[in-house]
Write a protein that binds this ligand. Structure first.
Ligand code: FAD
Length: 469
């Protein structure tokens, strides 16, 4: 009898322990993707990007002699139905770690097991299962550097080879059409603008990895430079599971880059992703509440639609280092890590806005959205998170930009106003954002919504006030 291979955020054929285990048994495999409430809840850009990923993955499965069966509805109901339709006796999947997915998967495992269906979940999304990483006293790590030291010399299992052929079932169950799901429906006008910047799928992911390996030696020098392509650009692939982290880890090792400049800092960054998952797994409230409860007393502004926040969302704060990062996000779907820190610091400190407003906005706009990395990133910048940057260390967006964009190339690339001949990237922002924002490249560049000095002073005063309470 066939095995149902339920794909979620693991849209790949290599480095896939669950799929490899299914293939090893020599039984027919039915690959399935379910549009359930967790997919419905995705923000506009990640949902759109998922649609591109599913299309590419369905093609890859076809090349391996198989198909991707698409169904929508409650995942347990759909799986039960498929078990009846296909006579499958097993359901396999790759584990997910966010609280919604864990609740769903636990319920499904119990219910299907009660029906005598064998359910097996596998590692694959992470280098290390969160429960296998602990401090000397057996506690989850709350500070990054000791976790990095603890895992650095661990053996990471070698990635499974790519599966080249999946045995087909005697009869295929009916599949829905991807186009009918309209996964791009909530995307702002941006879809056509972002499209040229996106190359979905596993093959493209490996190409990005190999291109990066050619320049990895410069990673530590270039990774913070917003004007250079100094990072790997793998986040959207890792987020959707179009490439597995073990593949990336071992490729860096094979390239002989471990222990040397570039390789080591890069692996460290991959472990930040693990750290985020470790935090979210052990403390799911990372996604919704201040990690440090004393921040509940901080006078965050929680109005998502006040003019200052709208100016931030529209990338019109009048601070070029802030606006450039946001505009990069609307045009490419991604934002440089340094720019993420600058825009997040400006929103939470200069504009005293609750980090959740920024986190939710990113969740709607980033094609590499990842629940754990996004929440950790925002809480880290805001100062409320574990191992966070202290609140009083307020980034000055102008000096940050001078340091990490020394010739202002990044700003010129993304901000058209004031340039006689702006580049296409800067103009594309006006096509990517909603028409209702009424923006034009002919408009003058806005005055700062708050001067940097006043914003900083206001934030520090609030911080001092909170401390003295
Ligand atoms: P590289 O520098 O090449 O790093 C390689 C990989 O390591 C990345 O692809 C990513 O998987 C991981 N990584 C690197 N830095 C971090 C980090 N600080 N935290 C967690 N993982 C990391 N990353 C996301 O993938 N999705 C998000 O939604 C997200 N939101 C963020 C929000 C804020 C406010 C901040 C400050 C950071 C956020 N990050 C997020 C982390 C980081 O900015 C991106 O992972 C990185 O910019 C992706 O580019 P890259 O693949 O070229 O990174």
């Amino acid at each position: 009898s066939p095995i149902i291979m339920w794909f979620r955020r693991d849209l790949r054929l290599s480095d896939h322990p669950a799929l490899s285990a299914a293939v090893e048994g020599g039984r027919p495999i039915i690959p399935v993707f379910i549009l359930d409430h967790t997919v419905q809840a995705l923000g506009a850009a990640p949902k759109w990007r998922l649609g591109l990923g599913l299309k590419a993955f369905a093609q890859a499965l076809e090349q391996a002699g198989s198909r991707l069966i698409l169904r929508h509805g409650d995942a347990l109901t759909v799986l039960r139905q498929l078990v009846v339709e296909t006579g499958a006796s097993d359901v396999f999947w790759t584990r997910a770690y966010d609280p919604d997915a864990i609740a769903r998967d636990t319920k499904i495992k119990t219910a299907l097991t009660d029906q005598s269906v064998t359910v097996k979940s596998f590692a694959g999304h992470l280098l290390f299962e969160p429960w296998t990483v602990a401090t000397k006293t057996g506690q989850p790590f709350r500070v990054f550097t000791p976790m990095w030291r603890s895992v650095r010399s661990r053996d990471v299992p070698a990635p499974n080879n790519a599966v080249s052929h999946l045995k087909t079932p005697a009869m295929w169950p009916v599949s829905e059409n991807l186009e009918d799901w309209h996964l791009g429906a909530q995307m702002r006008r941006g879809a056509s603008v972002v499209t040229p910047h996106v190359r979905p799928g596993e093959t493209a992911a490996f190409e990005a990895l190999h291109q990066f390996l050619d320049r990895i030696a410069d990673y530590s020098d270039h990774r913070d430079r917003m004007d250079l392509d100094g990072t790997s650009n793998l986040s959207e692939y890792l987020s959707l599971g179009e490439i597995g982290p073990r593949s990336v880890w071992h490729a860096v090792q094979r390239a002989g880059m471990t222990g040397v400049q570039g390789g080591e800092p890069y692996l460290r960054q991959l472990v930040w992703r693990e750290f985020a998952y470790q935090l979210m797994y052990h403390t799911p409230s990372l996604l919704s509440s201040n990690w440090k409860p004393e921040w509940d007393r901080f006078p965050w502004n929680t109005e998502a639609d006040r003019p200052e926040v709208l100016a931030w969302k529209q990338a019109k704060t009048g601070v070029p280092g802030v606006d450039a990062g946001l505009r990069q996000m609307y045009v490419t779907g991604r934002m440089h890590n340094r720019a993420r820190m600058i825009v997040a610091s400006y929103l939470t400190k200069h504009l005293m806005t609750h980090w959740k407003i920024g986190m939710d906005w990113f969740a709607d706009c980033l094609i590499d959205w990842d629940p754990a990395a996004n929440a950790m990133g925002w809480q880290w910048v805001a100062g409320s998170g574990p191992d966070a940057s202290p609140f009083f260390r307020i980034f000055n967006p102008q000096t940050q930009q001078e340091k990490f964009d020394p010739q202002s190339d990044f700003v010129r690339q993304w901000i058209a106003e004031g340039q006689s001949n702006p580049p296409a990237t800067a103009l594309a922002y006006f096509d990517a954002v909603p028409k209702s924002w009424n923006l034009s490249p002919q408009d003058p560049y806005p005055q700062p919504v708050v001067t940097l000095a006043a914003g900083r002073a206001r934030a520090l005063a609030a911080y001092e006030g909170r401390k003295n309470q």
